[in-house]
Design a protein around this ligand. Structure first.
Ligand code: APR
Ligand code: PHB
Length: 392
């Protein structure tokens, strides 16, 4: 098989890139290891920045998001047993966030690609790349029990953190920057109306908790747990009891409604960046190149921002042979990537309980949280990063 841009991975990065390229008349094929059902059901994050929402809308894949997405103009930081609202839109020039599950974005993008005659091969796992330092790169993959080859002009490695593309770059070319956190998140989806209109990020002595949502009848929660925690040790009663404790307010003026848990999972918390995000004819995008801890809700938004830069650069290259934007791809993306790395690390450090429960650090966190909700300058820093910066 042959195409112009060979895309590995049908997550938000790969699918949106394929869509953007189609709009510019550039052909691509997407290879995806898992089944369509699997990628459409995989529950991930759900906060879309204003810029992500605008881009999906402008490119014709925002209809269902406009109907079903929940637009939020603020978030709550809860600490010391009290809630404090950060008025995001007021502080960030009217920009807002939209709550819309990542798998819904994925469903919409798959539907749009297929309606436009796009080629997505599911259950087609890439096993290796050839010739990425030549003008004729190729992706080797396995599909329906057979070894196949996709020949292309360039490869977009959108295959997530555990993919194969990053490893195809020769040793010594990439530098990895990494931080592991001494905790993970246990996430649940519960069939119960949210007990709050806006997201609640709660700092608590027993660990961080987050109350999010997906719809007027579906709530999403996360609890900070040990990094090696197993779901077996978390029956529903324990999860609810811990959420009740960590989200409680001191004066009892708020209560948390419980309901049946319909999905649960544990997510590692990690910060990771490789530089540069390109080598020869291989361009890495999204989680394949960088990971952020979910506290800043940036993962999906960064993936979308990367492929927007890549699609523009490819349009220039195919259009008038301009190699400048493609050469500058990594540098352009990394500015936003590192801003988001810092924001995500900062939110994570401010809100979680660290091993040993160091009392000095606990006091510093409270001082920082108080500053974030009392100083307009500090709150604006949080707000403009959370809704997404326009220029980085
Ligand atoms: N061959 C083909 N596909 C692969 C391979 C492979 N060898 N390895 C992994 N994949 C697929 C995965 O099954 C997945 O569908 O690549 C896709 C990568 O998608 P994501 O992990 O969703 O990554 P990305 O598109 O970069 O999206 C960014 O935002 O909310 C965050 O981490 C979250 O997924 C999220 C990310
Ligand atoms: C989610 O709703 O899944 C979610 C919300 C905010 C975060 C992370 C995840 O920071």
């Amino acid at each position: 098989m042959r195409t112009q841009v060979g895309i590995v991975g049908a997550g938000p990065a790969g699918l949106f890139l394929s869509h953007l390229l189609h709009l510019r008349g550039i052909d691509s094929v997407v290879l995806e290891l898992r089944s369509r059902e699997h990628v459409e059901k995989r529950v991930r994050a759900g906060v879309l920045e204003q810029g992500t929402v605008d881009l999906l809308t402008e490119t014709g894949v925002g209809d269902r998001m406009a109907k079903e997405g929940l637009v939020h103009h603020g978030i709550e930081l809860r600490f010391g047993g009290r809630g404090h609202r950060v008025p995001l839109s007021e502080l960030a020039g009217g920009r807002a966030i939209t709550i819309y599950g990542q798998q819904e974005v994925v469903k919409d993008l798959i539907a749009a690609r297929l309606a436009d005659g796009g080629r997505i091969l599911f259950e087609a796992g890439a096993v290796g790349l050839d010739g990425i330092d030549s003008d004729t790169p190729a992706v080797r993959y396995r599909h329906r029990g057979r070894d196949e080859v996709l020949e292309c002009d360039l490869v977009a490695g959108c295959d997530g953190f555990h993919g194969v593309c990053r490893d195809a770059v020769p040793q010594g070319v990439l530098t990895a920057y990494e931080r592991e956190y001494p905790f993970a998140w246990l996430g649940i989806l519960a069939s119960v109306p949210p007990s709050t209109k806006e997201l609640i990020y709660s700092h608590h002595e027993r660990g961080f908790a987050l109350h999010s949502m997906r719809s007027p009848t579906l709530s999403r929660f996360y609890l900070q747990v040990d990094p090696d925690e197993s779901l077996d040790r978390w029956p529903a009663e324990r999860i609810w009891s811990e959420l009740q404790t960590r989200l409680a307010v001191a004066d009892g003026s708020w209560s948390l409604a419980e309901g049946p848990i319909v999905e649960q999972g544990i997510t590692a918390m990690r910060s990771f960046v490789v530089e540069p995000m390109q080598y020869g004819r291989l361009y890495l995008a999204g989680d394949a190149a960088h990971i952020v801890p979910a506290t800043g809700a940036k993962g999906l938004n960064l993936a979308v921002a990367d492929v927007r830069v890549l699609a523009d650069a490819l349009a220039g290259w195919y259009g008038d042979g301009d190699t400048g934007p493609l050469d500058a791809y990594s540098e352009r993306c990394l500015r936003r990537v590192w801003r988001a790395q810092h924001f995500s690390w900062w939110m994570t450090s401010m809100l979680h309980r660290f091993a040993g429960g160091d009392p000095y650090q606990h006091k510093l966190q409270l001082a920082e949280l108080r500053y974030a909700v009392t100083s307009k300058a500090a709150a604006t820093t949080l707000a403009e990063n959370y809704v997404g910066l326009v220029e980085v």
